[in-house]
Design a protein. Sequence first.
Length: 144
Amino acid sequence: MLLRADIISSTSLRTVPRLRKYYPDLISHDYGGSTMNPLLRMEEYVGCEGWVLIAIADTSALGIWKLEEQENSTLAHQNLCNRGGQIDSDIQEGLRGLEERCRKREGNIAAFYTTSPNQATQTKKPSKPQRPASGPTLHGSILA
């Protein structure tokens, strides 16, 4: 939650995310991944994949950089375009991965977001409660 708060607050406070330098060591860019991967799969905690949160953080940081460069009259548009292009490339790559995962699940987007990559792909149906073999049962408000 702290990472998400750091990222989202940076957009409204117009500051570079304070924990940004730690993101590569903490946040997984890939959905799911192996169980041996020590990085956080943010989609399991906040419902948003790590690559999206990182793109938001990078966009926020780019906006701050642009303002500082404009204030100093040192803004190089090519530099701005290169940095923005990298963020766009990361977003496009993430969207391609998302689309591919959706295709693999035969278009069932609901199942995609309701199953964790750590769970089995098939979910068990909840079993009906079993009625005792003998003795009184409660039916409405009357014992039968």
